[in-house]
Design a protein around this ligand. Structure first.
Ligand code: 5GP
Length: 185
């Protein structure tokens, strides 16, 4: 799953998980500071820069990127853990990482979450209140590039009304993975 920061990917994933117990979210590693309410090992594995670099050298990442001045990466161990549980891994990832993963795993289902408008995106980032003005500007700049790439994805879901977007996502995931939801979703 990809899409601009503030498009609502996190909220939609939280809606999806109770419907699809066979989906497991891969916990990424990042060097960005922890936000209020975030828990290390649950929202991300929060790593210091030198630890992240050491793990790149160790070959621990399937992909890793620089995004808004910080590092983010998908850990091989996360996908292995989820597969070992007999579940299907879901990764939430920015555009460069999504492209890299798709090159490696052409069968993966790639879904793009789009905001209803660029103005709505800015409003959400500002309302979230977790990033300072410079970071919001940088995220907005990256978002414009990401939005232009939406057609590369297997499905695009516009997150205007969250209930509608969540059911569209559930339908798309069920169809792509050929599996049903726990509540018939
Ligand atoms: P945030 O700082 O808002 O949590 O995430 C910033 C961006 O990084 C989001 O677009 C998110 O999807 C992306 N991201 C999170 N984890 C990873 C990862 O493991 N790899 C890549 N390439 N992007 C990630």
């Amino acid at each position: 799953m990809s899409g601009p920061s503030g498009a609502g990917k996190g909220t939609l994933i939280q809606r999806l998980l109770p419907i699809f117990p066979w989906v497991g979210t891969a916990i990424s590693a990042t060097t960005r500071p922890m936000r209020e309410g975030e828990v290390d090992g649950r929202h991300y594995h929060f790593l210091a820069e030198d630890e992240f670099v050491r793990r790149i050298a160790a070959g621990d990442f399937l992909e890793h990127v620089h995004y808004a001045g910080r590092r983010y990466g998908t850990l091989r161990s996360e996908l292995n853990r989820i597969r070992a549980e007999g579940r299907c891994p879901l990764v939430e990832i920015e555009l460069q990482g999504a492209r890299a993963m798709r090159a490696d795993m052409p069968d993966a289902f790639a879904v793009f979450i789009a905001p209803p408008s660029i103005e709505a995106l800015r409003a959400r980032l500002e309302d979230r209140g977790t990033d300072d003005a410079a970071v919001i500007e940088e995220r907005m700049r990256i978002s414009a590039v990401e939005l232009a790439a939406r057609d590369e994805f297997d499905a695009v879901i516009v997150n205007d009304d969250v209930d509608t977007a969540a059911s569209e996502l559930a339908r798309a995931v069920a169809a792509a993975c050929g599996r049903e939801g726990a509540q018939g979703g």
